[in-house]
Design a protein around this ligand. Sequence first.
Ligand code: HXC
Length: 272
Amino acid sequence: MVNTLDSSFVENGPWKPDIFKDKVVFVTGGSGTICRVQTEAMVLLGAHAAIVGRNEAKTIAAAKEMSQLSCSASILPLTKVDVRNFDQLQRAVEKTVEQFGKIDYVIAGAAGNFIADFSHLSPNAFKSVIDIDLLGSFNTVKACFPELVKTKGSVVFVSATLHYSGVPFQSHVGAAKAGVDALSNALAVELGPLGIRCNCIAPGPIEGTEGIKRLLPAGLESRAIEQIPLQRLGTTRDIADSTVYLFSPASSFVNGTVTAVDGGAWHIGSTF
Ligand code: HXC
């Protein structure tokens, strides 16, 4: 399967095993594609994970599958949590702390997107995406903040490269993700003195994701790849590696960055 990791991530990868032993990561969107693999990487390297999702069956199934990855790490599924609802997130944080005692890392990744041209984009459709992607990211960090203060923790927001240029039919997503970058930058400055680091990962075209399926019609893949400076699509593992770096001590002086993981595509105006 393209979008899942196994023990070879540790055995053949650049990361020290157990680098996140006894750490706890809280993830929104953790049963999706990109955030799930980010979580798998953290679990394979020793972290316990709480994964938050709206869909009960999908979240529980993802937690069960991820728990096979490690004998020492535990996965806590927290279901029926909508990131638009701050109270639900606060309860999810409480349950995480009851189970694991703390939160060290947060991945704010829940997103809801679709392709729609402006004339067919209702105010409520625009608001729905802003609320899931941007307000949801705010709510996630807000709910985790008391725990992050205690652990001097670290946040990785999942953004996009869509807003680096004008991508048609994505005005709602571009606006939301530009807001996520701005939120991350501001919090990096505001929370830095508390020892909390905030950074963004902006995935480009990542194979096997919902985004690429929707944005890249079948048959156009090879033409798209030709435009990417590194001449390939990204993988979820590429995003997982960047996530591990941003949570690891190797990035302890890295704060307020947006890391585009897109093979350099945005530099030539090719954004997804
Ligand atoms: C136009 C649409 C639409 C579409 C929904 N709406 N889909 N408008 N084109 N394809 C409108 C609805 O008509 C409604 O407006 C409003 O959006 C809210 O829709 P609901 O279904 O009531 O909202 P909700 O159940 O909260 O669903 C949120 C959602 C949905 C964002 C609309 O798609 C969702 O939950 N998605 C989560 C999964 C997902 O999208 N994952 C992809 C991540 S990929 P009205 O006016 O009728 O009330 C990714 C990478 C980038 O993030 C991908 C780029 C495409």
